[in-house]
Design a binder for this molecule. Structure first.
Ligand SMILES: Cc1cc2nc3c(=O)[nH]c(=O)nc-3n(C[C@H](O)[C@H](O)[C@H](O)COP(=O)(O)OP(=O)(O)OC[C@H]3O[C@@H](n4cnc5c(N)ncnc54)[C@H](O)[C@@H]3O)c2cc1C
Length: 447
């Protein structure tokens, strides 16, 4: 089959852009054979490759990535590797108790895998830090969401702490938030550094990584699969498709995946005076009490502190976004920032050094697109916006499934229903666009 769309994420992968130049991996320019082929070097693909190496120390494993390592959505997200259920389509992230318990156990298994990779490969400090996160509430309605969620967490026996407006201000230097809900289990990533460090570790374990090597066709030839890029081919009996929503570009899960671009902006490094005027703690991470509100994060990077703002969705069934779209959201991000940090009035427009978007994938029923989709071909996609943890999980479990391993986590994953079918067009587009716009409108000041 020929792929019908290739990755197109608008704007720079900011987390990668603020790092020093990275090691280049060659692009594929010849015909090779391998025991395993992993396509896509996001959270899922990197994890699948590591898991394959752990299970098959001597096998030949090849990893193909369409873009440079860390330039895809893995280098574009906001870096929350969340342990708790985080249902973007609910009003307060919560779901049914038993399901949420199982999901938290799975997310933690994935987080543990990431931590072990960090220890094994000697990741740079600050790549991955378990600092927890806070759901910030800017409105009475957001506060109610937080309290409902806190109640749900008590039912799950999950540790959490409700913060008042003063504690929120002490943390992030603004009186914008009425309250917060802190949970300790989230690991905060410098996501591009995470991808780079994983790739470096994998390469040292003799996994052959090729970047700028988009797979344009994938077909079965006898006992093997043959992946074709612009200038080379890889043949392998078993392939893991870790391409998230681009599973549909390979002809799988057609009309069952919802493709959405999500947008973010990052300031330049604040001056010392600006940092002082901002106040609060050196780093913090806030998700919105309303799932369609704004994520805001303060990070330390080379050169000083920066603020990252994330909000704004577009429905993109063709998996393509206009390169100018991030600028369209610039106005909204500036407004989000100004409302929270009036003490930094000079930070707007060009003071936001990076504006970008990235593709994510949801299913209507919140499940993954996972499993053996053809003989020897395994899907690890549709992470429902929680790709840092869920992508890691699906990559590990796809490698297990392909290797004949069994585990409780794999059984839970395999027991999930398939992603449900979307309504026919134009109903799907009209319905999704209206739901997103209405959701964002309802999020009000949480946005
Ligand atoms: C602005 C933004 C903020 C976000 N914040 C968070 C967050 O804080 N926490 C969180 O958990 N999630 C977040 N997400 C979502 C998260 O980034 C994704 O869910 C996650 O990246 C999915 O992981 P993955 O490995 O399945 O897919 P991806 O990371 O999308 O990786 C798939 C890879 O496959 C490659 N690929 C696709 N087609 C081909 C092909 N034909 N040939 C070769 N390679 C191919 C792509 O280039 C890509 O690198 C955010 C997303 C965005 C855009």
């Amino acid at each position: 089959m020929k792929t019908t769309a290739l990755p197109k994420d608008p704007g720079p992968a900011a987390w990668d852009a603020i790092l020093p130049p990275s090691k280049h991996y060659a692009s594929l320019d010849c015909a090779i054979t391998a025991d395993w082929l992993v396509i896509g070097a996001g959270f899922a693909g990197l994890s699948a490759a590591r898991r394959l190496r752990l299970l098959h120390p001597k096998d030949r494993v090849v990893l193909l990535e369409a873009r440079r390592i860390a330039e895809g959505p893995v280098g574009r997200n906001t870096g929350f590797m969340i342990d708790l259920p985080h249902n973007l389509t609910s009003s307060d992230y919560a779901g049914a108790v038993e399901k949420d318990r199982a999901q938290a156990a799975q997310n933690r298994f994935a987080i543990q895998f990431a931590k072990e990779a960090a220890a094994d490969y000697g990741f740079a400090p600050d790549t991955l830090v378990q600092s927890g996160k806070t759901n910030g509430a800017a409105t009475a309605k957001g506060d109610t969401h937080n309290r409902d969620y806190a109640h749900h967490l008590s039912g799950l026996n999950e540790p959490h702490e409700l913060l008042d407006a003063r504690q929120m201000q002490e943390m992030c230097g603004t009186d914008y938030y009425q309250s917060g809900l802190y949970t300790p289990g989230t690991v905060m990533l410098q996501p591009a550094l995470y991808a780079r460090e994983m790739a470096k570790g994998l390469a040292l374990q003799n996994i052959k990584i090729f970047e700028n090597s988009a797979v344009k066709a994938l077909k079965r030839e006898g006992a093997t699969w043959k992946a074709t890029t612009s200038s080379g081919t890889v043949e392998a009996p078993k392939v893991i498709l870790a391409v998230n929503g681009h599973l549909e570009s390979f002809g799988f899960f057609k009309r069952r995946l919802m493709h959405i671009y999500l947008f973010a902006s990052m300031t330049r490094a604040l001056t010392e005076a600006e940092d002082k005027a901002l106040g609060g703690k050196p780093v913090w991470a806030i998700t919105p009490a309303d799932p369609l509100g704004s994520t805001v994060r303060k990070i330390r990077a080379d050169g000083g502190s920066r603020i990252v703002i994330r909000n704004g969705f577009t429905w993109s069934p063709g998996r393509a976004s206009n390169p100018r779209k991030p600028q369209k959201f610039a106005r909204i991000h500036d407004r989000t920032f100004a409302a929270r940090f009036p003490q930094l009035a000079e930070i707007s427009g060009p003071a936001f050094e990076h504006r970008w978007g990235g593709l994510l994938c949801l299913s209507r029923n919140g499940v993954s697109a996972f499993g053996e989709v053809d003989d020897g071909l395994f899907a690890a996609g549709c992470q429902n916006g929680l790709g840092a943890a869920r992508g890691t999980l699906s990559g590990i479990l796809a490698a297990d499934l392909a290797s004949g391993e069994t585990s409780d986590h794999l059984e839970v994953m395999l027991a999930e229903a398939a992603p449900t079918l979307l309504p026919p067009e134009p109903l799907a587009t009209i319905g999704a666009t209206t739901a997103m716009k209405w959701g964002e409108f309802k999020a009000g000041m949480e946005r």
